[in-house]
Ligand binder design. Structure first.
Ligand code: ZN
Ligand code: ZN
Length: 390
C-alpha cells in the first residue's frame, strides 16, 4: 500500500500556496469564476475529463483507473462569505467585505492536491474518481443545483466522501461519526395580523405585538415539551418586526426564523407544532397568523459502512488515538443533496491550534486554519478512496 501521508506531505508547500491564493481571492456563492477557472485549468493539465459550469460555477473532474470498478466521488465547496477579514495575515483577503471565513479555500486546495496524488496512482486503480467542486454551499444550495444539472450522472458515484476543516478540533485530529452529523434546516416566516389603532386606546385594537410576544414564549415549548428529550431540535426566532411609532398599535408583526432537526419524524412534529402554536396563540388574542415554511437543506446522514472505511483510513494516517467520534452540529450543509442519493461520509478535519492562537470560530472575521491540516486531509481522502479502488 502506498504511503499517502508521505506523498501528501510532499505536496505541502503547493497545498499551502494554493490555499493562500484562494484565500486572497474570495468569491461569494455562484460567483466563483476565478476559483473555478483555476481548478478547471489544473484538472485539465493533469489529464482529467473536465466539465465546467455545472450548477452555474461548479467544476467536475473525472479520472478513470486502469481497470473498471466503483466510482468514488469527492465534494469540495468553493464559496466565501460576506465577512470583512480581520486576521492581519500576509495573505489576507484582497476583496473588501469578502472572506474565506469557513475554510472552503482549504477544501479547494485539498481537492487540487488530491487530484494530483490520485493521478500518480492511476495504474493501480480499479474504478473511477470523480472530483466535484461545488458553488454556493453557504445558503445557496449549490449542491442541489449541481444535482439538477447532472452532477450525479455519467458516471454515477457509488460512494461519496467529503470533509470540512473544523475549528472545534485540534489539528491532527479528525471526527468521523455515523448517522446524522448536520441538521435538516428550514426557514420559516409568519405574519401576525391584528387591527391597528391609537396606543392610548388598546381596547379598540387587536394588538399583534402582544400576540407576537405570546407566540415567542409559546414556541419555546415545542422543543421543551413536544420533542422527545433524547432527540435534537432547534426552533429559533431570528427576527421580529412590528410598529413604527411609540403611540401607535401597528396592524401587523412579522417574524422569521429557522428550524433544525435530525430525524424526519422530529422534523414533521416540529413543523406541525410551529403552525399550531403560532396560529392558535394568535387566534387566542383575536389576531390571525399566516405561516410560511421553506425547506433549506436535508440532514447530512453518514452511512455506517462508509464511515467504517473512512475511520480505518483516518486511523492509518493519524493513529487511532487521533480519530474521535460523536461530533454533531445543528448547522446545515447542502452536501446532503448528494448524500440523499449516494451513501457517504462527511467528516470533520481538525484545523485549530491553540498554541498558534488559531481558535476563532467559523464565519468569524478572525477565522483561520492551521495549514498542517491540508496534507492530512488529502492523505485521509486518498487512503479512504484506495479502500474502494486499489
Ligand atoms: Zn460556513
Ligand atoms: Zn463551510
Amino acid at each position: 500500500m502506498a504511503d499517502f501521508r508521505a506523498e501528501a506531505e510532499g505536496m505541502r508547500d503547493q497545498l499551502i500556496a494554493w490555499r493562500r491564493d484562494f484565500h486572497m481571492h474570495p468569491e461569494l456563492g455562484y460567483e466563483e469564476h476565478r476559483t473555478a477557472a483555476v481548478v478547471a485549468d489544473h484538472l485539465k493539465r493533469l489529464g482529467y475529463q473536465v466539465r465546467t459550469g455545472v450548477g452555474k460555477t461548479g467544476v467536475i473532474g473525472v479520472l478513470e483507473g486502469a481497470r473498471p470498478g466503483p466510482v468514488v466521488m469527492f465534494r469540495f465547496d468553493m464559496d466565501a462569505l460576506p465577512v470583512a477579514e480581520e486576521t492581519g495575515v500576509a495573505y489576507a483577503s484582497q476583496v473588501p467585505g469578502r472572506m474565506h471565513a469557513c475554510g472552503h479555500d482549504a477544501h479547494v486546495a485539498m481537492g487540487m492536491g488530491l487530484a494530483e496524488l490520485l493521478l500518480a496512482h492511476q495504474e493501480d486503480m480499479a474504478g473511477t474518481v470523480k472530483l466535484v467542486f461545488q458553488p454556493a454551499e453557504e445558503g445557496g444550495n449549490g449542491a442541489d443545483l449541481m444535482v439538477k444539472d447532472g452532477a450525479l450522472e455519467a458516471p454515477r458515484p457509488d460512494v461519496f466522501l467529503a470533509t470540512h476543516v473544523w475549528a472545534d478540533r485540534q489539528v491532527g485530529m479528525v471526527d468521523v461519526t455515523p448517522g446524522p452529523v448536520m441538521a435538516a434546516a428550514e426557514t420559516w416566516s409568519c405574519t401576525i395580523s391584528g387591527r391597528g389603532g391609537h396606543g392610548a386606546s388598546p381596547h379598540q385594537t387587536v394588538d399583534p405585538i402582544v400576540a407576537a410576544a405570546q407566540v415567542v414564549t409559546a414556541l419555546q415549548s415545542v422543543v421543551s415539551r413536544n420533542v422527545d428529550p433524547l432527540e435534537a431540535a432547534v426552533v429559533t426566532i431570528g427576527s421580529i418586526h412590528g410598529g413604527d411609532a411609540f403611540n401607535v398599535i401597528p396592524p401587523q408583526v412579522e417574524m422569521t426564523g429557522t428550524i433544525r432537526t435530525y430525524e424526519p419524524e422530529t422534523r414533521e412534529l416540529v413543523l406541525r407544532r410551529l403552525h399550531e402554536v403560532i396560529e392558535g396563540v394568535a387566534a387566542a388574542f383575536g389576531a390571525s397568523a399566516e405561516v410560511d415554511l421553506a425547506p433549506l437543506t436535508p440532514a447530512v446522514v453518514n452511512d455506517a459502512q462508509v464511515v467504517a472505511v473512512v475511520r480505518q483510513a483516518a486511523e492509518a494516517i493519524l493513529g487511532p488515538e487521533n480519530v474521535a467520534t460523536g461530533e454533531r452540529t445543528m448547522g446545515s450543509e447542502d452536501a446532503s443533496f448528494f448524500m440523499q442519493q449516494v451513501p457517504g461520509c462527511y467528516f470533520f478535519l481538525g484545523a485549530a491550534n491553540e498554541e498558534k492562537g488559531i481558535t476563532a470560530p467559523h464565519h468569524n472575521p478572525h477565522f483561520n486554519i492551521d495549514e498542517d491540516a491540508l496534507p492530512l486531509g488529502v492523505a485521509i481522502l486518498a487512503q479512504a478512496a484506495a479502500s474502494y479502488l486499489f
